[in-house]
Design a protein around this ligand. Structure first.
Ligand SMILES: C[S@@+](CC[C@H](N)C(=O)[O-])C[C@H]1O[C@@H](n2cnc3c(N)ncnc32)[C@H](O)[C@@H]1O
Length: 219
């Protein structure tokens, strides 16, 4: 998957979420399912050297990718760990995932571990697609390789059921026609060449969940 391209077309939803959260210098964050590290680097730029970004991925190859993407950011620490086993050396202010829950066996387990990693009053943020709501020439997209290709449609309930207070939730979809990053991204995702048909990429649903200040029972 070409990460730079994905970052290009889906940069706006990421920027919207980070703005809305008012991520600040010094924050401790974890990017779960970090992949090539696009989100980790975006976070590292904001939290600065006083902050910390744990870039967690179950695939050991991601460590090298993150290390090279974040070479100038000593605040990024790449860790090989499954989201289902998420365990960090400190409580963080923000646990973030993008295009992760669509691939895991049980998204509720990963969201629960993310919540457990965050301090009371901190944030859990998930950005996941509704793949079949994408359109090429008006026809629905499909992405059979993902376990939960439409998980974005369920995300607000999943976040709530993980014991988080939903502060905001919305969907954004990049769109275009003709040659350009949207068409190229579609090709990388599905091998579809839309020609001159209009493309609406899968909307990315963002949910901002807050860990209650006083957790009951299981913390
Ligand atoms: C589609 S990539 C998304 C990368 C990145 N979040 C982004 O938005 O650019 C999904 C990543 O999740 C990782 N992944 C899949 N299942 C995982 C799990 N159970 N725990 C942690 N990482 C996982 C994969 O190895 C892959 O790097």
């Amino acid at each position: 998957m070409p990460n730079a391209l994905r970052d290009d077309v889906y940069r706006r939803p990421l920027a919207t979420a980070l703005d809305r959260l008012a991520v600040a210098p010094g924050w401790r964050c974890v990017d779960v399912g970090a992949g090539g590290g696009d989100v980790s680097v975006a976070l590292a730029e904001i939290v600065g050297h006083e902050g910390r970004v744990y870039a967690v991925d179950s695939d050991p190859r991601a460590r090298d990718e993150v290390a090279s993407a974040a070479a100038t950011f000593s605040q990024v620490l790449a860790i090989t760990q499954a989201g289902e086993d998420l365990l960090l050396p400190e409580a963080v202010d923000l646990a973030f995932c993008r295009f992760l829950l669509m691939h895991v066996v049980d998204p509720a387990v990963v969201l629960y571990r993310m919540r457990q990693a965050v301090r009371p009053g901190g944030w859990v943020v998930a950005q996941e697609p509704i793949t079949s709501a994408g359109r090429v020439g008006g026809v629905a997209l499909s992405m059979p390789r993902a376990r939960h290709p439409d998980i974005g449609a369920l995300l607000p309930a999943l976040v709530r059921d993980a014991g988080l207070d939903i502060v905001d939730a919305w969907a954004e979809a990049p769109a275009g026609v003709g040659p350009g990053p949207v068409t190229e991204y579609l090709g990388s995702l599905t091998d579809v060449d839309p020609g001159d048909d209009p493309v609406v990429l899968p909307p990315l649903v963002t949910v901002l969940g807050r860990v209650p200040d006083h957790l009951e029972g299981d913390r």
